[in-house]
Design a protein around this ligand. Structure first.
Ligand code: BTN
Length: 290
């Protein structure tokens, strides 16, 4: 396992191993992030790695070792970044944001998907506010710009309990990748802030905004429940209620129209006979937007 570059844990006179000079100028170090951080707790305790297999994997280990809520694992590169549905997450060095946050919410396990929704809302909101984009969310938590994926969220837990004891929310954002930085298979379906704006984006400013927005929504969810979050999600949704969709899940393909999101974050599909079907997991296979 790589050793973290966490300044608060290093003996004071041990120099941090520096990345190469070009990369160092753009490094998303704990100091760079903390210069912009306005959150109260989230992201104040940082485990920083120039290279790691997966920030989610490391955060799960740290969560099991009792690291407190709000601790953040941050990497400049992932060699085994993972996405939903056992996909990999392309993690070009010093280009994207690869971050995993440890949470200890006192909510029932079936509501855990709300936390990944919340991360998607915080990411889309930050992309729109900080980078001036028009980011939208595709259920459950893909963040798209112009129909191309710019960010994704992966929530993971170990063990099965009726309540969420600890959870890791991993956030991957394509920030300063050029089009040529994506593998060929992603070339037509992925984008980055730099591609969309035509200019690079300071990753620390963007991540600080995500963490602040996430923390604010998290406190509100625990205090008031999910109603406001669901409204925000729907306002950022890439498809309006009533859009014809096809959904894939454990029971196979289901065709119908998008009928909204329920209080656990499940996608609700209305089929032609008027019946409502809840999809807690799965994926939108197709939307048939005009
Ligand atoms: C998806 O859209 O499939 C989810 C992608 C999540 C990627 C992030 S990058 C940081 C964290 N570490 C991982 O290994 N995955 C998540």
């Amino acid at each position: 396992m790589n050793e973290p570059l966490d300044p608060s844990r290093r003996p004071p006179d041990t120099p941090a191993p520096a990345p190469d000079a070009g990369a160092a100028a753009d490094a998303l170090t704990p100091a760079a992030l903390q210069r912009h951080l306005r959150s109260a707790v989230f992201g104040h305790r940082i485990f920083y790695y120039p290279t790691i297999d997966s920030t989610n994997e490391r955060a799960l280990e740290l969560a099991a070792a009792e690291e407190p809520e709000g601790s953040l694992v941050l990497a400049e590169e992932q060699t085994a970044g993972r996405g939903r549905r056992e996909r990999s997450w392309s993690s070009a060095p010093y280009a994207g944001i690869y971050a995993s946050l440890i949470l200890r919410p006192a909510i029932a396990a079936p509501r855990a998907p709300l936390l990944t929704f919340m991360a998607a809302v915080a990411v889309a909101d930050a992309l729109n506010e900080v980078a001036g984009l028009r980011a939208r969310i595709k259920w459950p938590n893909d963040v798209l710009v112009g129909g191309r994926k710019i960010a994704g969220v992966l929530g993971e837990m170990r063990g099965s309990h009726p309540e969420v004891r600890e959870m890791v929310v991993g956030i991957g954002i394509n920030v300063n990748q050029a089009e040529t930085d994506f593998p060929a298979a992603l070339a037509s379906i992925a984008t980055s802030v730099r591609v969309e704006r035509g200019a690079p984006q300071d990753r620390a400013v963007l991540l600080a905004s995500v963490l602040e927005g996430f923390e604010r929504r998290y406190a509100r969810l625990l205090r008031d429940g999910p109603a406001t979050l669901l409204r925000e999600w729907e306002a950022l949704s890439s498809m309006p209620v009533g859009t014809p969709i096809a959904v894939g899940g454990p029971a196979g393909r289901l065709d119908g129209e998008f009928a909204g999101i329920d209080e656990d974050g499940s996608l609700v599909v209305r089929t032609r006979d008027g019946a409502l079907h809840r999809h807690p997991f799965g994926e939108i296979l197709d939307t048939f937007l005009p």
